[in-house]
Design a protein around this ligand. Structure first.
Ligand code: SF4
Length: 219
């Protein structure tokens, strides 16, 4: 892998170029209340954000409060979230998470990754999402787009989300990290897709070539 100094510089160029391409950085998961983002994050495991966004309105219309979800009937929740897959374990952890949040934490969402991942069903990806979008703190959401694109750019050299997150924390400006991850999702859907990246029209390649003379990703 390139030196940390070089990776830091590339990360800064990528951050600036994606900010120009996507001025507004928003979470792809839709929610109104912070606890709803935690649930959407749990549902997004091995499921597309688009599908989660079709299921959560139904779930949150039927269960309108954190308490109602904490006391929910698991079979009913399973039925609603079935389109997201893994519905049995997801329903168990969603209800379990809401119980801890409501009955043990008075509805207060923890503001550290170490505390968040103690909650049922919350992994590092959702914990980082909460840190960035709810608490507005530095966060690296290592999803499939983030891993693929940062590997291609030579910023990381692993498919392991936890290691990838650690490698990115070393080189991304903390205040930029959460928004950058949202922008990487847009970019991964539109340009640097898994199967057919559009390198010819890629703003990152242009920005990096302007700095280094040429740039080739690792495909
Ligand atoms: S040059 Fe190609 S592989 Fe590299 S970031 Fe752009 S689209 Fe992705």
């Amino acid at each position: 892998m390139k030196s940390k100094a070089v990776r830091k510089k590339i990360a800064a160029i990528v951050t600036a170029a994606l900010k120009v391409k996507y001025p507004v950085a928003q979470c792809a998961l839709e929610y109104d209340e912070p606890y709803q983002l935690m649930i959407a994050g749990r549902l997004s495991a091995q499921c597309t954000d688009a599908r989660v966004n079709t299921v959560t309105p139904v779930l949150f219309e039927r269960y309108t409060t954190l308490q109602s979800l904490a006391d929910a009937d698991i079979a009913d929740v399973e039925e609603i979230i079935r389109p997201c897959g893994l519905f049995h374990t997801k329903a168990q952890s969603i209800i379990g998470m809401c119980r801890v949040l409501y009955y043990e934490l008075d509805g207060v969402i923890p503001d550290s990754i170490d505390e968040l991942i103690k909650l049922p069903g919350i992994g590092r990806k959702t914990a980082n999402l909460i840190m960035g979008d709810i608490h507005r703190k530095p966060a690296i959401v290592c999803d499939t787009h983030c891993i693929r694109i940062t590997n291609r750019l030579g910023l990381t050299d692993t498919k392991d989300p936890a290691v990838c997150e650690k490698q990115l924390r070393e080189i991304i400006v903390p205040e930029e990290s959460s928004d950058l991850c949202h922008r990487i999702v847009y970019f991964g859907r539109e340009v640097c897709t898994a199967r057919k990246p559009d390198c010819e029209h890629c703003p990152l390649r242009a920005a990096l070539a302007a700095e280094y003379g040429k740039h080739s990703c690792i495909l």
